[in-house]
Ligand binder design. Sequence first.
Ligand code: NZQ
Ligand code: ZN
Length: 393
Amino acid sequence: MNNFSFYSPTEFVFGKGQENNCGALVKKYGGSRVLIHYGGGSAVKSGLLDRVKASLDAAGVTYVTLGGVKPNPRDTLIYEGIELCRKENVDFILSVGGGSCIDSSKGIALGVPYDGDFWDFYGTGKPVEKALPIGTVLTIAAAGSEGSGASVVTKEEGKLKRDVGSDMLRPRFSVLNPELTQTLPPFQTACGATDIMAHVFERYFTNTPEVEITDRLCEAILITMVKETPRVIENPDNYEARANIMWAGTVAHNDIVGVGRSQDWNSHGIEHELSGLYDVAHGAGLAVIMPAWMEFVYKHNPMRFAQMATRVFGCQMNFENPEATAIEGIKRFRKFLHDIGMPINFDELGAKAEDIPYLVKMFGLGDGKTGGFVSLSSDDVAAIYTIASKATL
Ligand code: NZQ
Ligand code: ZN
């Protein structure tokens, strides 16, 4: 196991009705003038926004609001949010929504105290030195942004989707009420589930030996997702299944399952070009990319893929031919994604094979290589897009 430092300062407040405590939570973390940031309307329609406002009122915390965050959040609304916060002397941002809303909030949070263009931090590695504090009321189990230091934003001009990561961006608190996810359409639920599993796989496929504890934690999350996702697709009101998925989504991405080991992250990078260009859901893009990536790289360590196949997808180990077990596991993963309603190839996703050279160019590797498990070249990335473009069950 490698040396590590694990920092996850967020207070997670979990369970029914917890959104009614967000006024007190904002106050606890020093907020007195709040920007409530929300999405395209689900939080308004469900009455959640009104409950959040009532909670802030009850705590004597004043606020301004800014809605309209789109999935794959855009830079344009972030500029608007930064202006609004400066004008209104906002000292705390409360995100009410999903990963897109949280990521937009993080963009505003780092932009307010910064003299230059907030975009300077995205895709550049420029360290974030200051940010407004944020809190979240999560409405979809998916991105894990409620416990992560990451923010992923799309620049309208050029459709560039880029990220920034900093402990400064970790939320002070996150309210996780599984009931709030019961209004999700099955497609969004499934996109979220795929993203959660992908966050684990990015960490699970590692070159670091002897990381039994995190292997087993990863497998616990994956097994939970394989069991619980079909249950919520079947019955969206299943609170217990929603609760297990919600907590799985947070622990899949606050890095507790990634400590002490190398991680990969190429599938995410390769997917981000798809959701940037076609504005498709991140989870749907991952459903197409992740199994294709697995097919391309499994020979690097067939035993690790066979381990996933047997422990997560219940495959029989073929000791004479571990590669066959590895391949069977990948097949079952893709079938699982298909069964929960995810696309499995470019056609189903709404992507075009003729765009592959453009996608590779946007990925921006040039002659370089990237990836923590298998180091990929631009040609390798093109090969993965090609596998993904024509995948079948
Ligand atoms: O905008 P509203 O009306 O709320 O509708 C949203 C949106 O259309 C809807 N929704 C959310 N909660 C709902 C609901 N509809 C009904 N009932 C509810 N309770 O779901 C749609 C998707 O929402 P979004 O926030 O986009 O989903 P998600 O949480 O999957 O976030 C995706 C974004 O997160 C980024 C992705 O790239 C993508 O841009 N990621 C962020 C990460 C991070 N910050 O750590 C890591 C991830 O790997 C990921 O890249
Ligand atoms: Zn993701």
